[in-house]
Ligand binder design. Structure first.
Ligand code: HBI
Ligand code: FE
Length: 287
């Protein structure tokens, strides 16, 4: 494969997946029988640990989606089965990929309502942290929210916007939006602050940190603020953005003029821990 994606790290690391097997759109077969007993056990450990936290920390939409996907702790899920279920729910298809893929290909899949899921499992020493997304992060973290129609529509719209973004500065803005919502988003619910972001919900440490710790700042979601905020890839976030509800995400993107926003893309970014006069702090308690 000629066009190799770049891992999201400051240092150059070699991506773990086998890209030689990928098709032109980076699709690979899951090769289910290739998973070892230890990989099945790692899945079980991760799934049980996260499931025990979800009732108190995950958004209700995530909980509902997790049930609808039909996965469980017993075994690594079969991607085609989840894909069939998701297709019936929101029209999203699940495809296997060797890991991170180039942005343009990623956007193209999302715009066509296909979600790429990495087929390999992390190693035992990586239960708490790994640099590249693996099957557990992609499946457990991302697929449940894709069972929610409005969220699924947002992801498709995001992919379509990305497919039209050309400049590196515009792509950087879109990466921030994805990071602070799809990966690390929080939402107000009648039961208090909950997480819907996959980077949070696939990590036991950050699940508690993001929703409960007093350290990070939590501010009301504001599209322009998010598009300008730099982020940390190798530490818990300094800032989390909180939605009033999932619909706000789709509505704000629908209402935005990305041509205009991208024309401001050369403005300097805010630091990950910036505090700005316009920021609306989000409370931890039930509203
Ligand atoms: N590829 N498989 C995969 N998963 C991602 O989340 C992903 C990607 N390629 C690019 C990418 N994310 C980022 O550029 C996002 O900011 C869009
Ligand atoms: Fe992710």
């Amino acid at each position: 494969m000629a066009r190799l994606p770049v891992a999201p790290t400051q240092s150059a690391v070699k991506l773990r997946g086998d890209y030689a097997l990928a098709g032109p759109d980076f699709r690979v077969a899951q090769n289910y029988d290739g998973y070892t007993a230890d990989e099945q056990a790692i899945w079980r450990t991760l799934y049980e640990r996260q499931l025990s936290l979800m009732g108190e920390h995950a958004a209700p939409e995530f909980m509902a989606g997790l049930r609808l996907l039909g996965a469980d702790a017993h075994r690594i899920p079969v991607l085609e089965e989840a894909s069939e279920r998701l297709k019936r729910l929101t029209g999203f298809e699940v495809i296997g990929v060797p890991g991170l893929i180039p942005e343009a290909d990623f956007f193209a899949h999302l715009a066509e309502r296909r979600f790429p899921v990495t087929v390999w499992m992390r190693r035992r020493e990586e239960l708490d942290y790994l640099v590249e997304p693996d099957l557990f992060h992609d499946f457990f973290g991302h697929l449940p929210m894709l069972a929610h129609t409005v969220f699924a529509n947002f992801i498709q719209a995001y992919g379509a916007i990305g497919a039209h973004a050309r400049s590196p500065a515009a792509l950087k803005m879109l990466a921030r939006l994805y990071w602070y919502t799809v990966e690390f988003g929080l939402v107000h619910t009648s039961r208090g602050l909950r997480a819907y972001g996959a980077g949070i919900l696939s990590s036991s440490g950050e699940t508690i940190y993001a929703t409960r710790a007093t350290g990070p700042q939590r501010i009301a979601f504001d599209l322009q603020r998010v598009l300008r905020t730099n982020y940390l890839i190798d530490a818990y976030q300094k800032t989390y953005f909180v939605l009033d509800d999932i619909e706000q995400l789709f509505d704000s993107v629908l209402a935005a003029d990305f041509e205009v926003l991208f024309s401001q893309a050369e403005q300097p970014g805010y630091e990950p821990d910036a505090r700005l006069p316009g920021d609306q702090p989000a409370s931890l308690s039930v509203s």
